[in-house]
Design a protein around this ligand. Sequence first.
Ligand code: ZN
Length: 109
Amino acid sequence: MDGASQHKVICSYCGDVISSKGDLVTLLSFPEIVDSVHTRCYGELSLRRSGPRVPLNSAGMWWMMAVFGAVCLFLFLLRNFDFLFILVGCIVPSIRLISWIMVERKFRD
Ligand SMILES: [Zn+2]
């Protein structure tokens, strides 16, 4: 594998290269963890599959991450937490981070 192809992000729906961050939608998937698709392919996927899949790189996900992170920190500081809460609180930011590490950092715009 050469250096150039390593930095390419391929759409898992149509198989084409995703050329810009504006055209990228990252989705949570199993077992790949993160799926990357074009904005237009995300539209088609949403129609085809039952139930909406929240894009990981959306503004909504940033809010979820902020809220979960704050709750997680709050419970931790209170020392009155259920381990499960901490776990759930950390899952969202972790997935968001994985999405960035695996896909989004390849775009430099
Ligand atoms: Zn595509």
